[in-house]
Design a protein around this ligand. Structure first.
Ligand code: 3PG
Length: 306
C-alpha cells in the first residue's frame, strides 16, 4: 500500500523518520508532499495513494475526488473539522484522528500564553501573576484536563464546564465543576477554550459570555478561531478595556484587533499548539500505526465517520 503524508506545516524530521520506519516495516511505501505551495500539488500527490496522513490540511471534496484509491485518512491530531466526513463516507473512506497525542503541547502553550498576557506581552511595567486566579476550562477533554493540571501547578483555582463529561470524573481531578457556561465565564479570570469547531459551536463565544468575565479577564483560545464571534469580540474588547484575548491562530480580523487593542490581544503567526517534536512524534507515529493496523486487521478504533 502507498501512504502519503501531506502536510502544509511539516512534521519535525524526527517524526517523519519515525513514520517512515513504521510504514516500511509493515511492508508499505511512504510518499511525502510537505510544505506544498499550491493545493494542486496535494491533489496530484494523493491521486494513487491508499492512505493519507494530514495535519490541519483540508481534505475536502476536491481532494477526495482526486484520490482514486484512498481507503483511509488519518488526521494526526485531535480536531477533524478539516476533513469533509460526508465526502469521505460517500466513497467508503475511513476517517480517524489521533486523540490525546498532541494534548500536552497544546496545554503547555495555553499556560504559556496566560503568562505572556499576564506580563503585558513582556513589555516593561508591572504585570500580574496567575497564582490565586480562577482558571476556567471550557470543555474538559484531553487538552482541557492537562491545562487544569498545569494551572493547579501555578496555584490557580480551577473550574470546568463540560456537559459531556461526568461531574465525578472532573471532581476526581480536584477541579470544581460548574453547571453552565455562563457560570464559567462569570466566575473565571482566565478561560481556556477547548471546544471543537462544529455547526453548534461556531461563533458561539461572543459578547454575551465575554461581557460576564470578572475584571481583568483573559480568554485563551487554543481551539479554533471559528468558535469566536469576531465582531462581538471587538465590541466587548472596546467596552471592557480590562479584558484580553490570546489566540493560537490569527483571527479573521486580527489586523483590526491588533490596531485597536495593542497588547491586550495576541495571536501566534501560525498555529503553534502542536508544534513540538514530541507532539509531532506522538501524533505522526500514532497515525502511521493506526493505518498499518487498519490494513493488517481492519481495525477501525478512532474512526470518526462511523
Ligand atoms: C489539533 O487539532 O490536533 C491541533 O489543532 C493541531 O493542529 P496542527 O496539526 O495543524 O498543528
Amino acid at each position: 500500500m502507498k501512504v502519503l503524508v501531506a502536510t502544509d506545516k511539516p512534521f519535525a524530521k524526527v517524526a517523519v523518520d519515525g513514520i517512515r520506519a513504521v510504514v516500511e516495516q509493515a511492508g508499505h511505501e511512504l510518499v511525502l508532499c510537505e510544505k506544498y505551495t499550491d493545493v494542486s500539488d496535494f491533489h496530484k500527490a494523493v491521486a494513487d495513494v491508499d492512505a493519507l496522513i494530514v495535519r490541519s490540511d483540508k481534505v475536502d471534496a476536491a481532494v477526495v475526488d482526486a484520490a482514486k484509491n484512498l481507503k483511509i485518512v488519518v488526521r494526526a491530531g485531535a480536531g477533524f473539522d478539516n476533513l469533509d466526513l460526508a465526502a469521505c463516507t460517500a466513497k467508503g473512506i475511513v476517517c480517524m484522528n489521533t486523540p490525546g497525542q498532541n494534548s500536552n503541547a497544546v496545554a503547555e502553550l495555553a499556560l504559556g500564553m496566560m503568562v505572556y498576557m499576564a506580563r503585558n506581552c513582556f513589555q516593561p511595567g508591572a504585570g500580574t501573576e496567575l497564582k490565586g486566579k480562577k482558571l476556567g476550562i471550557h470543555a474538559y477533554g484531553n487538552v482541557g484536563r492537562l491545562v487544569a493540571m498545569i494551572g493547579k501547578g501555578f496555584g490557580m483555582e480551577v473550574y470546568a464546564f463540560d456537559p459531556f463529561v461526568k461531574a465525578e470524573a472532573i471532581q476526581a481531578d480536584g477541579v470544581n465543576v460548574l453547571n453552565s457556561v455562563e457560570e464559567l465565564y462569570s466566575t473565571c479570570h482566565y478561560i481556556s477554550l477547548h471546544i471543537p469547531a462544529n455547526d453548534k459551536t461556531k461563533k458561539s463565544i461572543g459578547y454575551e459570555l465575554l461581557s460576564k468575565m470578572p475584571k481583568g479577564g483573559c480568554l485563551v483560545n487554543t481551539a479554533r478561531k471559528e468558535v469566536i464571534h469576531e465582531e462581538e469580540l471587538v465590541k466587548v474588547l472596546t467596552e471592557r478595556t480590562d479584558l484580553k484575548y490570546a489566540t493560537d491562530i490569527e483571527a479573521g480580523n486580527q489586523a483590526e484587533l491588533n490596531e485597536k487593542f495593542g497588547i491586550r490581544v495576541f495571536a501566534t503567526p501560525k498555529k503553534m499548539g502542536a508544534e513540538t517534536a514530541e507532539a509531532n512524534i506522538n501524533a505522526g507515529l500514532a497515525a502511521a500505526n493506526q493505518i498499518c493496523k487498519f490494513f493488517a486487521t481492519g481495525d477501525t478504533t478512532f474512526q470518526v465517520n462511523k
